[in-house]
Design a protein around this ligand. Structure first.
Ligand SMILES: [Cu+2]
Length: 168
């Protein structure tokens, strides 16, 4: 019974996702202005490379999950990493948050890498919910194929909380 209601909930969320995707145009605008600004974001994303390498030998990147005003977002919501790197998603404010990947918006072979790299999945490609303040969800991109990975927050998908990752 529980499984049935969960699936119904998922179906609803997936439907909601279709509507959210249509906002792509708005995102483009935001992206452009972000790139124009000499924000600290870029430096923060680039800084971890080289130092503080995790066990796997890759770099560690940090992404905050926040509620700013009335908008839920990943900060940064776009980043580029190398295969073998690790991303630490921090529950900063507005949680619970999680990290889910769209099965049709990741490169071929990526699902297997993420299956191994995402702990405590609620469903395939769906990271566990972070309910505790300051909780961290770490995703390993060991053996992750190069390409674009689009991800979203399950509780806040309808509110546009999503991001894009490029693995090199
Ligand atoms: Cu969220």
């Amino acid at each position: 019974m529980r499984v049935t209601s969960m699936l119904a909930g998922l179906a609803f969320l997936l439907t909601a996702c279709g509507g959210g995707e249509q906002k792509a145009g708005e995102e483009q605008t935001t992206t452009t202005s972000d790139q124009a600004a000499p924000a600290g974001d870029t430096a923060a994303a680039a800084a971890p490379a080289g130092e503080a390498a995790p066990a796997g030998g890759g770099a560690t990147h940090d992404v905050n999950m926040v509620l700013e005003g009335s908008s839920y977002k990943y900060v940064p919501d776009q980043l580029t990493i190398k295969s073998g790197d690790v991303i630490r998603f921090h529950n900063v404010s507005g949680g619970p948050h999680n990290v889910s990947f769209w099965a049709d918006s990741i490169p071929a072979g990526a699902a297997d890498a993420l299956k191994a790299g995402m702990p405590d999945q609620m469903a395939p490609l769906e990271g566990s919910l972070l309910t505790e303040p300051n909780a961290v969800y770490t995703v390993s991109f060991a053996k992750a194929p190069a390409g674009e990975y689009k991800f979203y927050c399950l509780p806040h998908l309808a509110l546009g909380m999503k991001g894009k990752l490029t693995v090199q």
